[in-house]
Design a protein around this ligand. Structure first.
Ligand SMILES: Nc1nc2c(ncn2[C@@H]2O[C@H](COP(=O)(O)OP(=O)(O)OP(=O)(O)O)[C@@H](O)[C@H]2O)c(=O)[nH]1
Ligand SMILES: [Mg+2]
Length: 614
C-alpha cells in the first residue's frame, strides 16, 4: 500500500472539486451549482499513466482554514493530517475557479503555506472564456510557484494533463521552500496582485447573468417567479406523469390478475398478488412523479437558480431566526431529510444548525409523494379550477406549502426558546448561471430513480412482506374476515383506540406501524391490507385509489394527509439526527414534537371537515 499516493482536492466551495473528482475516479459524487454540496470527505482510487495507484480525496469546499462550520473543519483536518485514522495527503490539488480567480486565490495562499507539493487545477476555464476573460497559466504558475493545469472538469478537458502533473509532483515531496506566513489582509492583497497579473483581458460578456439577476432577484418579481415556478412543478408532477402512472397502474393490475388466473390457489399465489404486486407495486407506480419532480430540482440546481432561490428566501429565513445558509439543507430535504440533515454541516452556528436539523423533516420529502399521490388521486377530482390549473396539483402544492409554513413557525418558536440566538446574515456567494448538461441531468435522474426502486425492492418490500405475514395468520375460518382475526388486525385494533378520535380507521392504524420504516410503506401496507380483505373476489383488480375512495370518508382522507405533513415516519432520519447531534436528546425531542403536531393537526382537520359536512 505504501506506493499508493494520496491526493486531496482542496479549494473554495463550488470550484468544481467534486466534478474533477468524478472525472478522475469515475465516481458519481453529487455536484451542483451552489456552494456547500460536499460535506464530508470521499475517497476514490485510480491508476496514473505511469502505473502508480493514487487515492483521490474529495473534500468540502472551504474559504479558510480557521472557519468554524463542521464541513470546513473536515477539510482543514484532512489537509493538515489531523483527520483521525488518516495519514497526511502526499499531494494537494488546489482547485481554482478561473472566473473568480481573485476570490479563490485568498484560500489558495493558505493552502500553499502548508508547504506541501501542490498542483493548481485552474478549473472552469470554459466559463472564464465565456465571460470574456483571458488567463495566462504560466504567469499564475510563476506567481504561485507550483504547476498550473487548465481544466474543464465537466468536459474532461485537462484531466490527463492533471494526472501527468500529479505523477510528476510525486518525486518532489518535501522540496518546496517554506513560504512566508501571511495574515488575512496580506493574503487578500496578494490574491489581488496575482489575479491582476494573470487575467489580462476582460470584456463585458458577464452582462447576461447580471440582467437575469436584475429580474430573478428583484425583491418583488423574484419571489413571485419562484412561487409560480414551484406551482408549475406540482402541476407538472400530476399532469405529465398521469399517462405513465396510469399505464404502470394498469400494468400492475393486469399482472396481478394474470398471476391469479395462471397459478393454482396457494399461499404463494396470495403472497405474490397481495404482498408483492399489490403492495410494492402500489409504490412503484409513482416512479414517473418522482422523476418529474427531480427533473425540475436537478435543472434548478445545475443552472444556478437554486442559489438565487436561497437568496430570495433569506429575508424570510431571517424573519424566523434562521440564516440563508439553512436554505440549501432545507431544500435538500425535499428529496430526503437525510442528505438535508447532513448538509447542515455547512452551517457554522451550532444553534442555527440544530434548529435546521429539527425542522428538516417538515420539508416534504419524496417518500411522501406516493402517500399524497394516492390520496389525492382517490379523493380530489382531476378538475380544472380555471386558467388551466388542475385541482390535484393545487392540493399537492398546498401540502408542500403546509410543510414549509410549519417549519418556519417551528423555527421561530425554537429560536425564541430552546435554540435561542441571533440570526446571522446571508453569506452564500451566488454561482454563475450555467446551461445544464444533459448528461449530468440524465445521470442525476437515473440515480434518483435507482434510489427509489432500490427502496421499493428492499425496505418497502421487507416491511410489506412482514405485514402480509402478520395479516395472513392465523387464517380465518369461512365467514370470518381475515384482517379481523390476523395478528396485525389485533394489534391495529389496540392502536386504533388512540387514533380513532382523529378520524383514523383500523386500516390506517395498521399501516402506520410498518410505515415507521419508510413513509411509502403506508401506501403498500394499505394496498396489501385491502387486497387481503377483498381476496374473495371482485375489487382486487381495481387500483388502491379507487378502493380508498369507496371505503374512506373525505374527512378521514384529509386527516391522513395532515398526519403525513408532520409525522416523523422514518427511522433513518431519526438515526441521522442522532448521529449529527451526538445523542438521543434532540432526536427524541424531534420525534415527540412532530408526532404531537401530527396528532393535533390530523384531529383539527378531521373535526373541521366533519363540522363542515364534507
Ligand atoms: N462550465 C463548467 N462548469 C463546471 C466546471 N467544473 C465544475 N462545473 C460546475 O460547477 C458546479 C460546481 O461543481 P462541484 O463539483 O459541485 O463543485 P465543488 O467544488 O465540489 O463544490 P462544493 O462541494 O460545494 O465545495 C457544478 O454545477 C458543475 O457542473 C467546469 O470546468 N466548467
Ligand atoms: Mg463538492
Amino acid at each position: 500500500m505504501s506506493d499508493t499516493i494520496r491526493v486531496a482536492l482542496l479549494g473554495n466551495p463550488n470550484a468544481g472539486k467534486s466534478a474533477l473528482f468524478n472525472k478522475l475516479t469515475g465516481a458519481r459524487q453529487k455536484i451542483a451549482n451552489y456552494p456547500g454540496v460536499t460535506v464530508e470527505r470521499v475517497a476514490g482510487i485510480l491508476t496514473l499513466p505511469d502505473g502508480t495507484q493514487m487515492e483521490a480525496i474529495d473534500l468540502p469546499g472551504a474559504y479558510a482554514f480557521d472557519a468554524s462550520s463542521p464541513d470546513e473543519d473536515v477539510t482543514r483536518k484532512v489537509a493538515q493530517g489531523e483527520f483521525p485514522g488518516e495519514a497526511e495527503p502526499d499531494i494537494l490539488v488546489l482547485v481554482l475557479d478561473a472566473g473568480n480567480l481573485e476570490q479563490h486565490l485568498v484560500f489558495a495562499q493558505e493552502v500553499l503555506a502548508l508547504g506541501k507539493p501542490t498542483i493548481v487545477a485552474l478549473n472552469m476555464v470554459d466559463m472564464a472564456e465565456r465571460d470574456g476573460l483571458k488567463l495566462d497559466a504560466t504567469v499564475l504558475s510563476q506567481a504561485l510557484g507550483v504547476p498550473v493545469v487548465e481544466t474543464v472538469a465537466v468536459r474532461r478537458r485537462g484531466i490527463d494533463q492533471l494526472k501527468a502533473a500529479i505523477a510528476e509532483a510525486r518525486g518532489q515531496v518535501g522540496t518546496l521552500a517554506d513560504r512566508p506566513k501571511m495574515d488575512a489582509t496580506e493574503r487578500r492583497l496578494e490574491a489581488r496582485t496575482i489575479a491582476k497579473a494573470t487575467v489580462f483581458q476582460t470584456s463585458r460578456a458577464r452582462r447576461i447573468g447580471d440582467r437575469l439577476d436584475n429580474v430573478l432577484l428583484n425583491p418583488w418579481i423574484g419571489p413571485l417567479i419562484l412561487l409560480v415556478l414551484l406551482f408549475v412543478i406540482f402541476q407538472a408532477v400530476f399532469a405529465w406523469a398521469a399517462p405513465l402512472s396510469d399505464a404502470l397502474d394498469a400494468g400492475a393490475g393486469a399482472l396481478g390478475a394474470w398471476v391469479k388466473a395462471e397459478m393454482p390457489e396457494s399461499i404463494l399465489r396470495d403472497f405474490l398478488t397481495e404482498g408483492v404486486i399489490a403492495g410494492v407495486g402500489s409504490v412503484v407506480v409513482f416512479l414517473p412523479q418522482i422523476i418529474i419532480l427531480f427533473l425540475f430540482i436537478l435543472i434548478m440546481e445545475a443552472t444556478g437558480y437554486m442559489a438565487r432561490a436561497a437568496f430570495l428566501m433569506d429575508r424570510l429565513m431571517a424573519g424566523v431566526g434562521l440564516s440563508g445558509r439553512s436554505f440549501i439543507p432545507l431544500l435538500s430535504s425535499f428529496a430526503c431529510a437525510i442528505p438535508g440533515i447532513m448538509a447542515t454541516r455547512s452551517i457554522a452556528d451550532p444553534k442555527d444548525r440544530l434548529t435546521t436539523i429539527l425542522i428538516a423533516p417538515l420539508m416534504t420529502c419524496s417518500a411522501r409523494l406516493p402517500v399524497y399521490g394516492v390520496l389525492i388521486a382517490a379523493f380530489i377530482p382531476a378538475r380544472d379550477v380555471g386558467m388551466g390549473i388542475g385541482l390535484q396539483g393545487l392540493v399537492m402544492f398546498c401540502l408542500y406549502l403546509a410543510g414549509i409554513v410549519a417549519a418556519l413557525v417551528v423555527a421561530l418558536v425554537l429560536r425564541g426558546t430552546l435554540t435561542r440566538g441571533e440570526a446571522t446574515g446571508f453569506i452564500m456567494e451566488l454561482p454563475r448561471y450555467q446551461l445544464p448538461s444533459i448528461a449530468d441531468i440524465a445521470i442525476g435522474l437515473w440515480q434518483r430513480a435507482w434510489v427509489f426502486l432500490r427502496r421499493a425492492g428492499t425496505i418497502i418490500f421487507s416491511a410489506t412482506v412482514i405485514l402480509w405475514v402478520l395479516l395472513s395468520f392465523p387464517q380465518a375460518e369461512p365467514g370470518e374476515s381475515q384482517v379481523d382475526v390476523s395478528i396485525a388486525g389485533q394489534i391495529a385494533d389496540g392502536l386504533n383506540v388512540v387514533l380513532e378520535p382523529i378520524g383514523f380507521n383500523r386500516e390506517i392504524s395498521l399501516a402506520l406501524v410498518p410505515a415507521m420504516a419508510a413513509r411509502e410503506v403506508a401506501v403498500s401496507a394499505l394496498a396489501t391490507t385491502y387486497a387481503i380483505d377483498a381476496s374473495d373476489e371482485e375489487a382486487e383488480a381495481e387500483g388502491l385509489a379507487s378502493t380508498l375512495s369507496t371505503r374512506w370518508s373525505l374527512p378521514t382522507a384529509l386527516a391522513f394527509l395532515a398526519w403525513f405533513v408532520f409525522a416523523p415516519q422514518c427511522l433513518s432520519t431519526i438515526a441521522v439526527a442522532r448521529r449529527e447531534t451526538n445523542g438521543w436528546k434532540w432526536p427524541a425531542f424531534m420525534v415527540g414534537y412532530l408526532f404531537a403536531l401530527a396528532y393535533i393537526f390530523a384531529g383539527i382537520t378531521y373535526w373541521s371537515a366533519v363540522t363542515l359536512g364534507l
